[in-house]
Design a protein around this ligand. Structure first.
Ligand SMILES: N[C@@H](CCC(=O)N[C@@H](CS)C(=O)NCC(=O)O)C(=O)O
Length: 220
């Protein structure tokens, strides 16, 4: 049985932005049977010995596949894709392109976007935030412009098929959905809508909202 360690309780500010969503989405896409261990973050479960043995960084997501434990959202997604032969092309070069775009999503693109998200979430409690924000917007726009060019007439990052790289990229883009930076990039915005309109993503959010006890639709 697959067990995904995701949040069961977490600070309300970050609900809808957490990285367990990436794995939950992939599991829904693949239709694999799985259970969720809802981690209680406020009670310090991530810092407990049992959790630290699985992930020294004390973070979710963690996947346990019948005793095989894996952390890091991109590694988990690639593992699930390789395990099932789905959400990834079968030939070596196509698989390498998917790996490339997983790295691009989590390094090149997420780097400024996640910092912008943090500035916005922390608000006035981070006195340096207002100063740093314009630079982060500029940096975000630079990477979003590159993504806009790459998408061009492509439906997804690696050609016409939806892959695990799209799950990562779409969830990274969501981090700035309220920041006002996506509006200038129509292809990126349309791509995000295309990814997020998948039924598996809707099922993922429905179950997530229920588990975390937040109103239905509030994380969209
Ligand atoms: N590089 C990791 C990052 C995971 C991560 O940042 N997890 C956050 C939630 S989105 C977390 O568990 N934070 C809890 C904490 O740091 O206390 C991945 O992609 O899986």
């Amino acid at each position: 049985m697959l067990t995904l360690y995701g949040f069961g309780r977490v600070n309300s500010k970050v609900v809808g932005f957490t990285r367990d969503l990436r794995v939950l989405w992939a599991l829904e896409e693949l239709g694999l049977p799985y259970q969720v261990h809802g981690v209680d973050h406020p009670s310090g479960e991530l810092r407990g010995d049992a959790f630290l043995r699985m992930n020294p960084f004390a973070q979710v997501p963690v996947l346990d596949d019948n005793g095989f434990v894996l952390t890091e959202s991109a590694a988990i997604l690639l593992y699930l894709a390789e395990k099932t032969g789905r959400l990834i092309p079968s030939e070596l070069e196509g698989r390498a392109q998917v790996t490339r775009w997983c790295f691009a999503a989590l390094s090149s693109v997420e780097l400024p976007l996640s910092q912008l998200l943090m500035v916005d979430l922390l608000g006035a409690s981070d006195p340096t935030g207002a100063q740093r924000r314009p630079g982060l917007v500029k940096y975000s726009e630079r990477v979003l412009g590159a993504l806009e060019d790459w998408l061009g007439s492509r439906a997804y990052l690696v050609g016409e098929a939806f892959t695990v790289a799209d799950i990562l990229m779409a969830t990274v883009l969501r981090e700035v959905r309220n920041a006002g930076v996506l509006e200038g990039f129509p292809k990126v915005s349309a791509y995000r809508v295309r990814c997020e309109s998948r039924p598996a993503w809707q099922r993922t959010l429905d179950a997530y909202e229920q588990r975390l006890g937040v109103p239905a639709g509030s994380t969209r």
